[in-house]
Ligand binder design. Structure first.
Ligand SMILES: C[S@@+](CC[C@H](N)C(=O)[O-])C[C@H]1O[C@@H](n2cnc3c(N)ncnc32)[C@H](O)[C@@H]1O
Length: 257
């Protein structure tokens, strides 16, 4: 009998530890079905076999399903609030900040944060933990080389200060890179870091089921230091923040109560 999507999800969980059941079913299944037929396989089982036999194909599959579109200073208005209101307040209270950029994709988000923090602190005092489930995205993040399009929202003076042309692309300053530690982390399975003063978790919750979101918001709350701030994506406002112990600060920013 041919495999159902349920069989495929179970096999992928056993093979990779990634639980597709926690991602919105309709959207994820549509993407996978379309990938399978575009790649010329006749169903889940044959496609799964190809993934087991070919590590590169498996990496490409994981990269495809995790959707790592990102850009520097994504939604610039929110970064202005971060710069003018949230960071000055956190720095005044805590001095050294423990910061986590969760689901950081290929590094645009944590590097944007370093460029912003460098307006307040010397680079030696800036440390950011940046994590993602996707190893390919993390490899790209560690290289720190980007095309002109992803630099669009970076103020020109920061582009001049922190990027160098490199084979038609742009390489980020090694000193900015040194402020970020990239690590693989699955928001659905792995333990969260603790005592963070600021967590960015943006443009990833949209892919998860309601059940998975509830679990993650609770864990993000636990991961924050008292008064710590969670910065979410532009379509990811938390409907009932008090349910998780969050107090809305500004649109897209929540404080741990
Ligand atoms: C659309 S990108 C968002 C990148 C960045 N935060 C931003 O807002 O530009 C979504 C990222 O979530 C990551 N992701 C998906 N599922 C994840 C999981 N279970 N745990 C951690 N990261 C995950 C993907 O690999 C991808 O890099």
């Amino acid at each position: 009998m041919s495999w159902t999507y349920e069989d495929f999800k179970k096999a992928i969980l056993d093979l990779t530890g990634i639980d597709l059941s926690s991602y919105k079913e309709k959207q994820m299944k549509r993407r996978i079905d379309s990938l399978i037929s575009r790649s010329g396989y006749d169903g889940y089982q044959t496609y799964y076999r190809a993934l087991v036999e070919d590590k590169e194909k498996l990496d490409r599959f994981l990269n495809y399903i995790t959707i790592n579109v990102s850009e520097f200073f994504r939604n610039p208005g929110q970064w202005t609030i971060l710069e003018k209101e949230i960071l000055p307040d956190l720095l005044k209270k805590h001095g050294n900040l423990k910061i986590w950029s969760a689901a950081c994709s290929s590094g645009e988000e944590p590097y944007s944060l370093v460029m912003l923090l460098a307006k307040f602190l010397p680079l030696e005092r800036i440390r950011i933990l940046a994590t993602d489930i996707d190893r390919e995205a993390l490899d790209k993040a560690r290289k720190g080389i980007y095309d002109a399009r992803s630099l669009q929202s970076i103020p020109q003076e920061l582009v001049h200060r922190y990027f160098k042309p490199f084979n038609g692309l742009f390489a980020i300053d090694p000193q900015i890179k040194a402020c970020v530690e990239f690590r693989r982390h699955d928001l659905l399975n792995d333990p969260f870091p603790g005592n963070c003063h600021l967590i960015l978790c943006r443009n990833v919750m949209i892919y998860f089921t309601e059940e998975a979101k509830v679990k993650i918001y609770k864990k993000l709350h636990e991961a924050l230091y008292p008064d710590g701030v969670l910065f979410v994506g532009s379509t990811e406002q938390i409907i009932i923040p008090h349910m998780y112990g969050f107090q809305p600060l500004k649109p897209f920013f929540y404080k741990k109560m």
